[in-house]
Design a protein around this ligand. Structure first.
Ligand SMILES: *Cc1c(COP(=O)(O)O)cnc(C)c1O
Length: 386
């Protein structure tokens, strides 16, 4: 084994970059609460407005609109719920198909199912780790047909109702190409931007491209509300309906309980929004430190055969989680065992969706990149350095 393959030296480098002592545990990602988190959360307790209404929810939604450059943001209980509602608003109906990528957190596919549709798993690009426009176009050209009742999957007759790409680990996927294809094929685009808060594609925020887009504020994301999510959109009507449908579809009235839809209670509580407002205030600093961390990792691995995954040119990743491609599965497994036994939390990428039991019969395209990446990719500790 050459020096650059030396696991011990690599772990030593990772610890040094993260300013962690030799015996300290180094997590994959830890939230940092050094701004107004305590003050805002205490304010909700003192006001008694900890639950489903409160000023922080409105403030959080306004901040999200500004950060993502969208007209309307709706705070939700988590990112999965946000996706389910966004897909329903985009017109997904029972029995439809939604085109998405084979490598993602399981919530992407689960949200499709919960919205009543079935996911179709397509390949990713090896560089962005996001939905491959070539795979999307190939699937449409070989398996779709335009009919008077919309775009159909030729073999099953099911409607192809939406395209749902995901910006993996904050790396923007090839949006321009994907948008072009969706436009040509009349396919609504919903972005799963759960991991991409603060990422930009050619100067525009990820999440501002979809008809509707979703974010997550789970504890491991770049900003957290404890648990939470958001739907953002540039369509005022979608925005209004998203708010209405995630808040039990109650018509405004001083006392009467009149609900006009079988809706959800997917509200973000005010106490969570308070934490979120303080976190969003710190996003610029978080992004800054994550860029530095990424460049420190590039240097660490520059002489090694391992490859740190970079943003596409013209794009800015939030580098939520740094990803490294190792040489092969055996080496990857050995490194996972070595590092986790030594208090450094390193994780493999998610299992490709069609290998999970509930999705093993799903429609798929060829998955060459997805399967190759699944064997070789790990995430290395990427939390903001306090
Ligand atoms: C985190 C995440 C979600 C779901 O968000 P939750 O808030 O955990 O429900 C959805 N999609 C992707 C890609 C995610 O990483």
């Amino acid at each position: 084994m050459s020096e650059t393959y030396n696991f011990e030296a690599i772990l030593e480098g990772i610890r040094r970059i993260n300013r962690i002592g030799p015996d300290e545990f180094l997590a994959l990602h830890t939230p940092v609460f050094q701004g107004s988190e305590r003050e805002y959360v205490l304010a909700t307790i003192e006001s008694t407005f900890v639950s489903s209404v409160g000023a922080f929810v409105n403030q959080f939604e306004e901040m999200m609109g500004q950060i993502t450059g969208t007209k309307r943001a709706v705070a939700c209980v988590n990112g999965t719920a946000a996706l389910e509602v966004a897909l329903s608003l985009a017109g997904i109906n029972r029995g439809d198909l939604v085109l998405t990528q084979a490598i993602s957190f399981v919530a992407t596919a689960n949200a499709v199912r919960h919205a009543g549709a079935e996911p179709v798993f397509l390949d990713i690009d090896a560089d962005t780790l996001g939905l491959s426009p070539d795979a999307l176009l190939d699937f449409l050209q070989t398996q779709a047909e335009k009919t008077t009742q919309g775009l159909r999957h030729r073999q099953s007759g099911r409607r192809l109702a939406a395209c749902l790409p995901m910006h993996t680990f904050g790396l923007p996927c090839r949006l321009e190409e994907i948008i072009g294809i969706c436009h040509d094929w009349d396919l609504p685009l919903v972005e799963d931007a759960a991991e991409a808060l603060g990422s930009c594609y050619q100067g525009k925020p990820c999440g501002s491209f979809g008809l509707l887009s979703c974010f997550s504020f789970n504890g491991n994301k770049i900003c957290t509300t404890g648990g939470g999510g958001a739907i953002v959109t540039n369509d005022e009507e979608f925005g209004k309906r998203a708010k209405h449908l995630t808040t039990t579809a109650k018509q405004p009235h001083p006392w009467k309980f009149f609900h006009d839809h079988t809706a959800w209670n997917f509200r973000m509580p005010n106490i969570n929004a308070a934490l979120g407002c303080a976190q969003l205030e710190r996003l610029p600093e978080f992004l800054n430190d994550k860029r530095k961390l990424h460049s420190d990792y590039q240097k660490l691995f520059s002489d090694s055969p391992w490859q740190v995954v970079d943003e596409l040119s013209g794009c800015q990743s939030n580098y939520w989680l740094n990803a490294v491609l190792l040489s092969n599965k055996e080496e990857r497994d050995a490194f996972l065992a070595y590092s986790n036994a030594r208090q450094v939390q390193i994780r493999p990428v998610w299992e490709p969706m069609p290998t999970l039991p509930m999705y093993e019969n799903s429609l798929c395209g060829p998955l060459d990149n997805a399967l190759a990446v699944a064997d070789k990719l790990v995430n290395i500790p990427s939390g903001v350095r306090a």
